[in-house]
Design a protein around this ligand. Sequence first.
Ligand code: FAD
Ligand code: SF4
Length: 470
Amino acid sequence: MSNKLTPKERLSIERVHMPELAADVRSGNFEEVNQGLSPEQALSEARRCLQCKNRACVAGCPVGVSIPEFIDALASQDLPRAAQILRGDNALPAVCGRVCPQETQCEALCVRGVKGDAVAIGYLERYVADWAMRNPDQLLTAALPASTGKSVAVVGCGPAGLTAAGELARQGHRVTIFEALHDTGGVLRYGIPEFRLPKEIIDREVAVLAELGVTIECNVIIGKTLTIPQLREEFDAVFVANGAGLPTMLGIAGENLKGVYAANEYLTRVNLMEAGRRDDAATPIIKRSQVAIIGGGNTAMDCVRTARRLGASRAMIVYRRSETEMPARVEEIKHAKEEGVEFVMLTAPIAILGTPDGWVSGLECQRMELGPPDQSGRRKPQPIPGSEFVLPAEVVINAVGTNANPLLTASAPDLELNKWGNVVADENGQTSIPGVFAGGDIVRGGATVILAMGDGKRAAAAINDYLKAQ
Ligand code: FAD
Ligand code: SF4
């Protein structure tokens, strides 16, 4: 079927709404909130795309997905072609369709957004990727390339490592991923909860890599089990993508009390170790009714919505700026509010209070007001003298951010780091050690899935050139 509509006909179609689980149902379970578009909704949304010649949306995508082309194939009801185009540009489309901040990337540049609603590119990406997973027998597959005889070690099995591994395997190189944890996916698995990204989606996307011949060795900590110089000796090139998972401490009194968690620990216990969801989980979690989360990003939103699902009657976000400055995705904030999360804005923690036997009993806070913008361009919060108050809390979760973990870099003294401990790499991922490339959060600090994937893609191209030149 062709996708022939006049611009007027396209402009008359309204943007679809993503079907969601009802808030009162989902706040008691870990089922995925967004349910995905129906075939009719997907077709209708695809027909809204104007097929612009200048492809403004593509410029907003860090991995350069051929957006109008895959949408055109979808609108023409040629799903195998839509899937082939999408998967050719993006190694993890079902993940990106769920967690990418499209509203600030491709959709922010979509011309339909100038006078109305942008095309729901993310929803369509998810639709096509999910279709491809359900219909593997209908996919158009390319033959595997001949082996180049070259080998590449990838450190870390998050989005940057997975993307680079896929791209390199498609060039015929022998790729081995070394992952410190016992499972794949990085933050996608241990950080982002199932109600946003089901584990099955990660398993299926990782399985595509296995089909390409990528080997994944879990439970290998580079910096302990093996070092970067050892990898460099054994492999023709190395890509370092170990993320930035070390929590930033709050630096306030009471951080060692029982009931205080760093966000990554809290989420890892629930998502990876199944604490709170299985009574016999080996790694338990403290469940209480009053839980305060400090921070305003996606991580804070994931923690607070998890706490709510683990039974907190009062799950609170404590953030020192206002909602306008919150870095979390708009959709996460909306979902959290619908699920009964409390937002305590313009409030900074001063100390975590405890009982005589060492358990958290409250969070001492101070009200803030916004001053002029700081270096980040956001208005700087300033304390209001005399505004101190105590927020009742039994669990406090620190979700203010993370840093690079020095475990790996300490084993590679020649690897240049910046003042925050992140690996220094050029735009192609080349580090100070020849043949060692890096990308994702270990280079950028905490960023996004798609930026990490973009780094993986660029580094893979540079590694390919490097190997060819040898
Ligand atoms: P990671 O995903 O951190 O993967 C690194 C991998 O390396 C991990 O598996 C780690 O175990 C492994 N590793 C670490 N050290 C070693 C070692 N020494 N040896 C071997 N392996 C090692 N971004 C979005 O775009 N949308 C979102 O909705 C979103 N939500 C988020 C929610 C949370 C809770 C968090 C924490 C982040 C979120 N992000 C989101 C950010 C995004 O997940 C990261 O930017 C992205 O995962 C970075 O990818 P990466 O591959 O660089 O690192
Ligand atoms: Fe379609 Fe929007 Fe991209 Fe134009 S900018 S091609 S309307 S998605």
